[in-house]
Write a new protein. Structure first.
Length: 188
C-alpha cells in the first residue's frame, strides 16, 4: 500500500504505511521486507526533495539487499541511490553506482534495469560535460527498451536525451525527443 500511495502522490499516507512496514520487518526479522520498505521510504523522501535523507535509507536498503544476496534488489537500490546523487550533482558517484547496477542488471537479464542504468550514466556524463558520450548512452538506453518496458522510463530517457541534444546545439533533435516524450504521457 505504501508504494502504491507513493506512486499516486499520497505521500503522508505512504510514509505512514512504509514506516509501519519497516517496524514489522524488524519484528519479523525479514531482511527482504526491511530492504524493500526502506528503499520505498527513501524514494518518498527523494520525491519530496530530501535526497540526503533518501541516501540514508537507500544505504539501509542496500545493506539488506547485499545481506540476502539479491542482485535485482541490489541493482534497483543502486539505481535509486544514483538518482539521489544525480539530484545533488554528484556525477562521479552516479557513474560508479550506475555501472555497478548495470552489471547486475545484465547478470539477471533485466532489460528495464539495464536501460535505467544506461540513462543514469548518460545523465552523469551530461553533468560532467561529455555530451557526445551522454547522447550515446541515452540512445543505447532507448535501444534497450521494448514494448514491455515502462513508459515513464522511456519518457525520462527521452527527456534526458532531449536536454543533452539541446546542450550540444541540436535543437531540432532535442525538440523531436521532447515531442515523443510528451506523446508517451498521453492526452493532457
Amino acid at each position: 500500500m505504501g508504494a502504491a500511495e507513493r506512486a499516486l502522490g499520497c505521500l503522508p499516507e505512504a510514509a505512514a504505511h512504509l514506516s509501519e512496514v519497516m517496524g514489522l520487518a524488524a519484528r519479523l526479522d525479514d531482511d527482504w521486507l526491511a530492504g524493500m520498505s526502506s528503499c520505498q521510504l527513501g524514494a518518498l523522501h527523494d520525491q519530496q526533495g530530501r535526497p540526503e535523507k533518501a541516501l540514508t535509507l537507500y544505504g539501509t536498503s542496500l545493506a539488506f539487499a547485499e545481506k540476502i544476496g539479491c542482485p535485482r534488489m541490489i541493482s534497483k537500490t543502486l539505481c535509486f541511490t544514483a538518482e539521489a546523487h544525480l539530484a545533488l550533482g554528484r556525477y562521479a558517484e552516479v557513474k560508479d553506482l550506475a555501472r555497478r547496477a548495470a552489471e547486475l542488471a545484465r547478470e539477471v537479464g533485466d532489460v528495464q534495469l539495464r536501460a535505467t542504468r544506461l540513462s543514469l550514466l548518460g545523465a552523469a556524463e551530461h553533468g560532467r560535460g561529455d555530451l557526445p558520450l551522454a547522447i550515446t548512452l541515452q540512445r543505447e538506453a532507448l535501444a534497450t527498451l521494448t514494448e514491455h518496458t515502462s513508459r515513464p522510463l522511456e519518457m525520462e530517457a527521452r527527456r534526458r536525451l532531449g536536454r543533452t541534444y539541446a546542450a550540444a546545439g541540436h535543437p531540432a533533435e532535442a525538440e523531436r525527443q521532447f515531442h515523443i516524450a510528451r506523446s508517451l504521457a498521453g492526452p493532457a
